[in-house]
Ligand binder design. Sequence first.
Ligand code: URA
Length: 218
Amino acid sequence: MEKRLHKFLSNKEKRIEILKLSGVKDVITNKITPTQKRDYLDEIYEKYKDCQRCILAEKRNNFVLGEGDADANIMFVGEGPGAQEDKTGRPFVGKAGKLFTKMLSAIDLSRQDVYITNIVKCRPPKNRDPRADEIKACLPFLYQQIKIIKPNLICALGKVAGNTLLEKQTSLSNLRNSIFTFQNTDLMVTYHPSALLYHPNWKRPAWEDLKKLRDKYL
Ligand code: URA
């Protein structure tokens, strides 16, 4: 798009333009029903499950789009699938996922009440952090998911998810304890469940974050 024209577009129009340029077509702009939301998410899966946009496609077994309520108020965004997720095609089902599921139930939520996804949809080898080019290739899917689901809150799990969505490069402690805005949606950042497996003393502050989430959004 010409720079001259770009200047006159609203932020929303610019985002739509970026999605189109990234190759994600059928950008959704109007109000849609829960059933339509589910159908759109299924369509994205069917259309992109064999995605070859980055090197992660080479070794993956499954493109893990996400799961849960297509009309959820709260959307959780992790980093990327691990071994179990790659094997099953479902997000957060391994060791960290089991802890995450327990954390949800501590605030009376089940996995079916929320939507769960990741920044990248294919497993990075040896669970390394996703690289900038992989994130860039994959982000249009997450943007589409957010646009379809329209949650009231996005809860980023860990530094990678928080920094990616907020376009920052900072520590988790600088990201926690604030409500940010991402495309008109509230966004908070808390610990990644894997980090809690290695640092059980972080479970208490993670619980404080969850209570804030519960009190404001449930
Ligand atoms: N870690 C993540 O970030 N996402 C998953 O789906 C599983 C583990």
